[in-house]
Design a protein around this ligand. Structure first.
Ligand SMILES: N[C@@H](CCC(=O)N[C@@H](CS)C(=O)NCC(=O)O)C(=O)O
Length: 231
């Protein structure tokens, strides 16, 4: 087995995959992609992932992008048991639901409100804040309805890796989540019960917190979509 992960050090999708690799106790080559230098925008990187997004997993020439797909593959292929990604159809459906919820609703709104204005010429607006608060409300409601300690059951699953990595972006900008008590409690429980996994997200959080104070200069990046902030 030879696994290589192309990752950034502060991006929630990369951090979620790194948490899974750690939880599964898998050795891998870690290739750090320099986002600021546009290393993911090259034709060469496009061979690995035509979406030109990070992370990408290379399992002996089997290339996989989309962090949710990577997480699902890693547990299915290498998990000693199915606890991180249950095989039981209903339990698995809830994990899949939380992964989709994170991708399409929760992290997308966190990304819009927290990350985009740090890296590019976007702004935190009343609308982005409203959308973020709606997402936190919904997540709180899912935790209430399921009544479990973690996002998709009473033990951690790959869904928690994504949701924790997304939530740490809020902590990085000191956004108070205590008015979403179940989200707050779930997040603190994860940190307390899985310190070795939290340490991975925490490093990313420290980088984002630093960028929040001193936004990076990405004027040279010539990003194909995002406008560079005028420095
Ligand atoms: N849906 C993808 C999203 C990955 C993603 O957006 N990664 C960011 C870095 S954290 C990226 O590569 N963005 C490309 C860009 O901004 O050029 C996943 O979950 O893997």
């Amino acid at each position: 087995m030879s696994l290589t992960l192309y990752a950034v050090s502060d991006g929630p999708p990369s951090l979620a995959v790194r948490m899974a690799l750690k939880a599964l106790n898998l050795d891998y080559n870690h290739i750090s992609v320099d986002y600021g230098k546009g290393e993911h925008l090259t034709d060469e990187y496009g061979e690995k992932n035509p979406q030109k997004e990070i992370p990408v997993l290379d399992d002996n020439g089997f290339y996989l992008s989309e962090s949710n797909a990577i997480l699902q593959y890693l547990v299915d292929q290498y998990g000693k048991d199915d606890s991180l990604y249950p095989k039981d159809t209903k339990a698995r459906a809830i994990v899949n639901h939380r992964l989709c919820f994170n991708l399409a609703f929760y992290y997308s709104r966190i990304s819009e409100h927290v990350m985009a204005p740090i890296f590019f010429d976007y702004h935190r607006t009343p609308l982005s804040l409203k959308k973020l608060r709606m997402a936190l409300d919904v997540f709180n409601e899912y935790l209430k309805r399921l009544g479990t300690k973690y996002a998709a059951g009473d033990h951690i699953t790959i869904a928690d890796f994504q949701l924790v990595a997304a939530t740490m972006c809020l902590e990085a900008i000191k956004f108070d989540i205590s008015s979403y008590p179940l989200v707050h409690n779930w997040y603190e429980t994860f940190k307390r019960e899985h310190p070795e996994l939290w340490a991975i997200a925490e490093k990313g959080m420290a980088e984002i917190a630093e960028f929040e104070k001193n936004p990076p200069d990405l004027t040279h990046l010539n990003h194909p979509i995002h406008p560079a902030r005028k420095m």
